[in-house]
Write a protein that binds this ligand. Structure first.
Ligand code: ADP
Length: 303
């Protein structure tokens, strides 16, 4: 079982011939709403990858909240820990032009109200092998969830997205940090084009690090001295949006299926499978709609 404590947003996506400048109005083309938020995306990624998955978070008491709840439940994610709170749901206003350039404004809404974790949430965390966290809900909540997971023997996986520097009280509770190169540089406080340098800097902060490298795959390092580089499957990338969420969700599933243990013998296999999930997501257009089912992950993994 995987539990995600994190964000749910509705993405309001409009396409337009060009993006407006400040004060300008442009006539758009298509409009659609797509469930998003890193927390919800990773929960859906985990459920599609084949795990039982619970989501702890909040939506507003508006129509978007109903849509987000239905979408999570429809993907097979457990929503007993999903609160409905007064006020608006989290939304992302996204405009995309014909060259795929975009601008995005996120209004966190109800995600800011995920501050009241209680005994039921602790029990949900205790019943999971892996707790998956991101940084789109209040930091105090992320720390609380990680603290309970540590006390209950649940493995803590933190995807440090969006990029931020992290307080020691959180770093000390993390079993595995999952970051892309940009997030790695922010967390480490120093950029480098060399993955090995980033991994070394991050190992000073947490015991295990997974660094995603886009089309180049992923790298892993831990304090016991194990270092791995896993190439991504070669694919025709159509849209890499949410590839990181697909990767992280699948990685959590692979570890949950091994009882939350991250062993030297199996970590390479878990990473290879997660890379297949990221690549399978990148083969399809869209964000959460492109998160792959287990069969699609396995097919690319075995190809
Ligand atoms: P993020 O979207 O968070 O920046 P990445 O771009 O590193 O994350 O992608 C996450 C994972 O998805 C990569 O580690 C890789 O396994 C897979 N992936 C992403 N883009 C591609 C691609 N063009 N070809 C193959 N795999 C990809």
């Amino acid at each position: 079982r995987v539990v995600v404590v994190g964000s749910a947003n509705l993405d309001l996506v409009v396409t337009a011939p060009q993006l407006p400048r400040p004060g300008e109005t442009v006539l758009g083309e298509d409009f659609r709403t797509v469930p998003g938020g890193k927390g919800a995306n990773q929960a859906v990624a985990a459920a599609r990858a084949g795990a039982a998955c619970d989501f702890v978070g909040a939506v507003g008491d508006d129509a978007f909240g109903v849509q987000l709840r239905d979408s999570l439940a429809g993907s097979g994610v457990g929503v007993r820990g999903l609160r409905t709170v007064p006020g608006p749901s989290g939304v992302a206003l996204i405009a995309v032009d014909r060259s795929a350039e975009n601008f995005i404004v996120v209004a966190p809404g109800a995600n800011g109200a995920v501050t009241d974790l209680g005994a039921e949430d602790r029990a949900t965390i205790a019943g999971a092998e892996v707790l998956l966290l991101q940084l789109e809900v209040p930091l105090s909540t992320v720390v609380q969830a990680a603290d309970w997971a540590r006390a209950e023997g649940t493995t803590v996986v933190l995807n440090a997205a969006p990029a931020a520097t992290l307080p020691v009280e959180l770093l000390d509770l993390v079993d595995v940090l999952v970051v892309n190169e940009h997030e790695a540089a922010t967390v480490a406080g120093a950029a480098s084009a060399d993955p090995a340098v980033l991994l070394d800097a991050l190992l000073a902060l947490v015991p295990r690090v997974v660094l995603t490298l886009g089309a180049r795959g992923a790298a892993y390092a831990d304090r016991r001295g194990l270092r791995l580089e896993i190439p991504a499957p070669r694919i025709e990338a159509v849209d890499t949006t949410a590839a990181g969420d697909a990767f992280t969700g699948a990685l959590a599933v692979s570890w949950a299926e091994r009882g939350g243990a991250i062993s030297e013998e199996t970590v390479a296999a878990s990473l290879r499978w997660a890379c297949a999930a990221g690549a399978a997501c990148a083969q399809r257009p869209g964000a959460s709609t492109a998160l792959p089912e287990r069969a699609a992950i396995d097919a690319l993994h075995d190809a």
